[in-house]
Design a protein around this ligand. Structure first.
Ligand SMILES: NC(=O)NCCC[C@H](N)C(=O)O
Length: 290
């Protein structure tokens, strides 16, 4: 059973990134984003942080799944978020922009085998040039926000409109580019709904902020320094509770979230963010429902 109509409804089942075998074969390591230019994390630190993260999820009653190991040529399986997206009761299998991530989805195939086949619930983009990554998609309150970013192109946005436009209001978002001086890898690195009607936002990451966002949410702005530490990239367990980094730069944001009456579980999570992804990126929810 897969289902997701919102970013904050009770999380029931989730795929969490695989730290085991990370960068096991140096020969296949590909530096895929700006953050990684500063060096990659050590296995031991990844292990410690991911174990604690998985434990918090399990203790909260969430079913935790881990991708199967693919092969040495897929050196990084830390951030399953981008591999796909549950949209309503369908699963969009994404087409990845980076070579080293192109076959990463094989690790989550075991979890797609039991999705009912009464209709075509697994949606595959028609063309290899149609790039979409799950980090660029957010579904909430009847809207699907999708960014044109470093990883998702206009063809990807058009595909989403064509396949999901009758059921959802598809809202395209243009992210600023590296050439504009903004390092916004995916939409969830600059925008993320939390609680009942709040959202974290890094305004400077947008070319234009869609009115669906300004009209719908009580916005909590993050600074450029906070965006760089992925302060928007929290994971909601429910409308009442979320997981965020205990990083010094993120703490003021956590306080603003608490002021909205949302419980914030702070965890040490520094290794995965050094690869470009924090809690949202390191998870792929399969089931959210009250
Ligand atoms: N949604 C996200 O922002 N995901 C982070 C992806 C990090 C991964 N190393 C990548 O660059 O593709």
């Amino acid at each position: 059973m897969i289902k997701q109509y919102s970013e904050t409804e009770q999380l029931r089942k989730v795929i969490v990134g695989r730290y085991e075998n990370y960068a096991a074969a140096q020969a296949y390591v590909e530096v895929v984003n700006e953050d990684q230019k500063n060096g990659l994390p050590q296995q031991e630190q990844l292990k410690k942080e991911f174990k604690a993260f998985r434990q918090v999820l399990a203790d909260a009653g969430v079913e935790v799944l881990v991708p199967a190991y693919v092969a040495p040529f897929v050196y990084d399986q830390l951030t399953p978020r981008d591999l796909g997206m549950v949209i309503g009761e369908k699963f969009l299998l994404c087409t990845m922009a980076k070579r080293s991530r192109r076959y990463e989805a094989a690790g989550i195939f075991p979890y797609l085998q039991n999705i009912p086949s009464d209709s075509q619930r697994i949606i595959l983009p028609d063309s290899p040039t149609c790039l979409i990554e799950g980090g660029d998609i957010i579904i909430d309150k009847g809207n699907i926000y999708v960014a044109v970013s470093q990883r998702t192109n206009r063809e990807g946005v058009e595909f989403l409109k064509q396949r999901f436009g009758s059921e959802f209001n598809v809202v395209p978002v243009e992210a600023q580019t590296l050439a504009d001086g903004e390092n916004v890898l995916h939409l969830d690195c600059m925008f993320n709904p939390i609680g009942k009607n709040a959202a974290l936002i890094y305004e400077a990451g947008f070319k234009t902020i869609p009115k669906e966002i300004t009209d719908t949410y009580d916005l909590i702005s993050v600074t450029k320094a906070q965006q760089q530490e992925l302060a928007t990239n929290v994971l909601s367990l429910s409308q009442q509770k979320l997981i965020s980094r205990d990083h010094e730069v993120c703490k003021p944001v956590n306080e603003l979230i608490r002021k909205r009456g949302i419980e914030v579980v702070e965890l040490t999570f520094d290794a995965a963010p050094a690869t470009g992804g924090s809690f949202r990126c390191c998870t792929l929810p399969l089931l959210r429902e009250a």
